[in-house]
Design a protein around this ligand. Structure first.
Ligand code: FAD
Length: 245
């Protein structure tokens, strides 16, 4: 794992575009950015004209040495920061970012052949997509699988990119659990991820998979609990909680 010291950087918005009906993909250029491992995050700090400041954490969908950073922000209704980032932020605007943060919740190529299983709820897919993309660019032998719980096909973040990865890379497998509306032809009816569905998707504890779980706090706590009940060593289950109740 590479260690890069976290510090504040001024970043300019170079592009924003819709990610889903409630989320926006934001591309930043931060000339002093030192690079980051896949899975890390930044603290975004906004400063109002009267000096009032607010900051929130956002995962990076990008990784590597580039000074281009990609965020994907879902709007939390009545939230303080996310509605501004989704609705108001414009190309050319400048924001401050502190990072890279989160050395624990990162994946870097290691040559370890144990399977890596990523489990995401909603916008929690952002750091896991970064890991899948970094894995695809590497020659790391570990098989990767992403289990993604999402309301409907239209709510998938990085849908085109992940479907293309699954198509082109036989080391990557994508499974989607639709909680509200499944695409036509899907045999499994929509519904929440259950312990049983998780058990059939995740390699058994005897295969010693490395597990990364990210999403809303209640989702992460339920999934991590089920994994430990299934016999996975807590040290193999890494979690990132996005908040909410
Ligand atoms: C390490 C880390 C990485 C994160 N990465 C991302 C990311 O890549 N994309 C992204 O969209 N968000 C991400 N988040 C969540 C983000 O930091 C904010 O919590 C979120 O955008 C809401 O901020 P807000 O100011 O709009 O809402 P707030 O004003 O903070 O909260 C308003 C209300 O919404 C609830 N709430 C807060 N956060 C959430 C949430 N995540 N889900 C549901 N309800 C919530 C609060 O309890 C409160 O009741 C991440 C959080 C962490 C800790």
């Amino acid at each position: 794992m590479s260690r890069r010291a976290a510090s504040w950087h001024v970043a300019t918005v170079v592009e924003t575009r819709p990610e889903t009906s409630t989320a926006r993909r934001i591309t930043l250029e931060a000339p002093t950015w030192p690079g980051n491992d896949a899975g890390s995050h930044v603290d975004v700090r906004l400063t109002a004209a009267d000096g009032y400041q607010a900051s929130r954490s956002y995962s990076l969908a990008s990784s590597g040495e580039s000074t281009r950073l990609t965020l994907a922000v879902d709007e939390v209704p009545d939230g303080e920061v996310s509605p501004f980032l989704v609705r108001e932020l414009r190309e050319g605007d400048r924001i401050e970012v502190h990072g890279p943060l989160g050395a624990y919740f990162v994946w870097t190529p290691s040559g370890d052949p144990a399977p890596v299983h990523l489990i995401a709820g909603g916008s929690g897919v952002v750091p896991l997509y970064a890991m899948a993309a970094a894995h695809a660019e590497s020659d790391d032998p570990a098989p990767f699988r992403l289990l993604y719980s999402v309301r409907s096909p239209d709510d998938m973040f990085f849908r085109a990119e992940m479907e293309a990865l699954a198509e082109s890379d036989d080391r990557f497998d994508l499974q989607v659990v639709y909680t509200r509306r499944a695409p036509a032809g899907t045999t499994t009816p929509p519904g929440r991820l259950t312990a049983e569905r998780l058990r059939t998707a995740v390699p058994p504890a005897t295969a010693s998979p490395r597990l990364f779980v990210c999403g809303p706090t209640p989702f992460v706590e339920a999934v991590a609990g089920w994994l430990v009940e299934e016999g996975h060593a807590p040290g193999r289950v890494r979690t990132e909680r996005f908040g909410g109740s």
